[in-house]
Design a protein. Sequence first.
Lengths: 113, 112
Amino acid sequence: ETGVTQSPTHLIKTRGQQVTLRCSSQSGHNTVSWYQQALGQGPQFIFQYYREEENGRGNFPPRFSGLQFPNYSSELNVNALELDDSALYLCASSFPGTNEKLFFGSGTQLSVL
Amino acid sequence: SQKIEQNSEALNIQEGKTATLTCNYTNYSPAYLQWYRQDPGRGPVFLLLIRENEKEKRKERLKVTFDTTLKQSLFHITASQPADSATYLCAPTNSGNTPLVFGKGTRLSVIA
């Protein structure tokens, strides 16, 4: 077990709705990254938070947004859901200021109907 | 643009043989390269990290090489076991807090 927990584990939404996914980092980690993994693909980087500030963003539209809280837990929000947003969403934490050795949660499986 | 290629989407080998997985990258100058294992429906798990000034790194039955001239890393599992069956992901990484970018992965099946 990595100590990174994600909730919920599974979620079903309809197109156009909004969703919030949550992540609790491993103790002592202040860097959190979010990834989207479609079936049969590698994880795609969405964005990263470091000390509550966004610190890098992948090729995802603005309807993907996030937050990091003072206790280093994090949220991923997706507005105006589209069918293609169906994927496994992974949260990963790492030691302060580095992306050496990411600790991943088990993910949230999102289905958009 | 930066590109990561991992050899064949799927690799089948017999138990006891050595599995060799390849990770090639272009338009990168990574300071280090990481390998992760992912089981179905689970998040990736860190296996090994090799730095640009290291040629080879070992951990139990795992061996990783890193050739910055060829822009390639090889990942070997010796004496493979059915429990090694999983998808293996590579991530060449620039230094500091640069976000990890993963390849598509290679799905390894070890047949008893």
